[in-house]
Design a protein around this ligand. Structure first.
Ligand SMILES: [Zn+2]
Length: 315
């Protein structure tokens, strides 16, 4: 019984006093299996995106470094810093909230100007907008699509049109880093989904992990392992940070994540594991693995406009 995940209820976190919820130590690295050296605590969802669940002694120095440098630092410092700041996301140091951003201004279609134009923008001028890479279809592995490298998907937006118009008028374009870093985001989602399941040591006995190469940047076949969740269930406005749910689909362990559920990001299905032995009863009651996290101060996020933008392809 996976008793340590919060089930069917909203965890409230406060931007000003943040306490983490620590799961028992694993004593091995959930990415490479290493048991030696110093193992560190892993946040399932980064604290800076509202995650309060951690698992003790779960990541080796080497894997931790790759994930920090190639994924989380980029996701949190580049992709989401303005959004975290203007939406008052949890932080360990509320007093050190960013007051301004040095922003490269580009054309609204995402293209760069011929000469780079960087300006210092006060946080309050930054448009309330978030752009995320997303998918058209469920994960390829669930629909018998062939394995292929890359991503055939779309960008998804939540925009406060007024604040974006005001920004464009004042600065002559859009901030370029609103245009998401696809690989970083998918690796971040893969890491969250993988941790969510394998933070439970019993899951390792039931399922063979499939995403370690994706997380570590060795496998780029994002739409093979990930895709649109076509049956996400009703939106939960009270989960105004994120929600995560585990499902079993045939022989696969699938995790649905809406990391920005508060602004209606579509749930993304992520295939994290393959059943090792389908004859044996699972050790964990997977039906109860779900977590929804929110806090009250950003309830109005729900009213932003949302749209699917242009098709995108990357490889
Ligand atoms: Zn490791």
């Amino acid at each position: 019984m996976a008793r340590w995940f919060k089930i069917g209820s909203i965890t409230s976190v406060s931007p000003h006093s943040f306490k983490s919820n620590r799961l028992p130590d694993l004593n091995y690295c959930i990415y490479c299996g290493d048991t030696g050296g110093s193992l560190t605590e892993e946040h399932i969802v980064p604290l800076a995106l509202g995650g309060d669940l951690t698992v003790g002694r779960a990541s080796c120095q080497k894997c931790q470094t790759v994930i920090n440098e190639e994924v989380e630092t980029k996701a949190l410092r580049q992709m989401f810093l303005p959004w975290r700041t203007i939406e008052n996301y949890p932080t360990r140091n509320p007093k050190r909230r960013q007051k301004f951003f040095d922003v490269e201004i580009g054309h609204p279609d995402g293209a760069r100007f011929e000469t780079e134009k960087t300006v210092r923008v006060p946080a309050e001028d930054f448009p309330r907008a978030i752009a995320l890479p997303s998918f058209w279809k469920p994960p390829g592995i669930l629909t018998s699509r062939r394995y292929s490298s890359g991503w055939d998907g779309k960008m998804w937006w939540a925009i406060d049109g007024e604040s974006l118009k005001a920004f464009e008028k004042k600065y002559g374009g859009w901030p370029t880093f609103m245009h998401s870093v696809t690989e970083v985001y998918f690796r971040q989602l893969a890491k969250i989904a993988h941790c969510f399941i394998f933070a439970n040591p019993d899951c390792k006995d039931d399922y063979r992990p499939l995403l370690v190469d994706t997380i570590m940047g060795r496998d780029h076949s994002y739409d093979f392992w990930m895709g649109l969740d076509e049956n996400p269930g009703a939106a939960q406005p009270e989960a105004n940070l994120f929600r995560i749910r585990a499902d079993i689909i045939e022989k696969y362990m699938v995790v649905s994540v809406s990391l920005f559920h508060g602004v209606g990001e579509p749930d993304i299905q992520i295939v994290v594991g393959e059943r090792r032995d389908s004859d044996r009863a699972p050790r964990v009651d997977y039906d109860v693995l779900s977590v929804e996290v929110g806090y009250s101060s950003s309830a109005e996020l729900w009213n932003l406009q949302r749209q699917d933008a242009n098709s995108c392809r990357a490889s």
